[in-house]
Design a protein around this ligand. Structure first.
Ligand code: ZN
Length: 217
C-alpha cells in the first residue's frame, strides 16, 4: 500500500450527488440508479489518484482485473455515503471480493488517504505483514489475504517483479559507464514511483539492499 492524496471532486459528482442519492434511496433496487457513481469522469479521476492501481494490493487495474469502484465504508453499513467523493476509491476484483461489506468501527480497514500505511505495512518478499501491535493493519492484511501465498496469481506477479528488480539492481551496481548507470538509476526510480505496480514492495527491497537513498538523491 502507498499513501495517497485525494484529488478534487469531479464536477459531475459535485453537481449530481444529492439528486443521485435521493433517487437511489427512494428506489434502492434499481441498478441504474444505484450505479451512477460509475460515471466515466468519476472513474477517470479515481484512476488518476490511485495510479490506476488497487489501493490495497497495488495491482494495476488491467484487462484481467477490471477493477471496481470501492466504497471505503460499504453501502450496506451507510447508504448515505454511496455517492460521497471521499468514500470512493479503486480496488481490484480480488481485494474487493475479500473485503466485501466488512466494516467495524475502531477496527476498520487501513485507509491509504488517511493513515500512514507506508509505515504500518511491512514487506517480506512478495507477502506483507503489519507493524507489531497495529490491529487495523493486521485486520486489513488478513482479510485481504496479503500475508501468505493464498492469492497465487498476485504472489506470482510480485515474484516476477522482484526478479526484474534484482536484475536491474545487479546491472546498476556493476555498470561502469556513467551514462548507462544513470539510465539504470532512472529505471529504479520509475519502479519505485508511487504510480508503479507494487512500488511499496520495490522500495522495501531497495532499502534492504541499501540503495534506496542513492536512487532518491
Ligand atoms: Zn487488490
Amino acid at each position: 500500500m502507498r499513501n495517497l492524496q485525494k484529488l478534487n471532486e469531479p464536477d459531475i459528482l459535485a453537481k449530481n450527488k444529492e439528486q443521485w442519492l435521493q433517487d437511489y434511496l427512494s428506489d434502492s433496487d434499481n441498478k441504474y440508479k444505484r450505479t451512477k457513481y460509475r460515471h466515466k469522469e468519476i472513474k477517470e479521476a479515481l484512476k488518476q489518484e490511485t495510479g490506476d492501481k488497487c489501493i490495497y494490493c497495488e495491482s494495476k487495474i488491467g484487462h484481467n482485473t477490471p477493477g471496481d469502484i470501492e466504497h471505503k465504508i460499504p453501502t450496506s453499513k451507510n447508504k448515505t455515503l454511496h455517492f460521497t467523493w471521499h468514500n470512493l476509491t479503486i480496488a481490484c476484483t480480488e481485494c474487493n471480493r475479500r473485503k466485501n461489506d466488512y466494516y467495524q468501527e475502531e477496527k476498520e480497514f487501513l485507509d491509504p488517504y488517511e493513515d500512514d500505511v507506508e509505515s504500518l505495512i511491512e514487506h517480506y518478499g512478495a507477502t506483507v505483514g503489519w507493524k507489531s501491535g497495529e490491529s487495523r493493519a493486521e485486520i486489513s492484511v488478513k482479510i485481504l489475504e496479503l500475508h501468505n501465498s493464498t492469492r497465487t496469481s498476485l504472489i506470482f506477479r510480485k515474484i516476477e517483479k522482484i526478479e526484474d528488480l534484482n536484475n536491474v539492481v545487479e546491472r546498476y551496481k556493476k555498470e561502469s559507464n556513467p551514462m548507462i548507470k544513470q539510465l539504470m538509476k532512472k529505471q529504479l526510480e520509475k519502479m519505485s514511483d508511487r504510480k508503479s505496480e507494487y512500488s511499496a514492495m520495490v522500495m522495501s527491497i531497495l532499502k534492504s539492499k541499501n540503495i534506496l537513498k542513492t536512487i532518491q538523491q
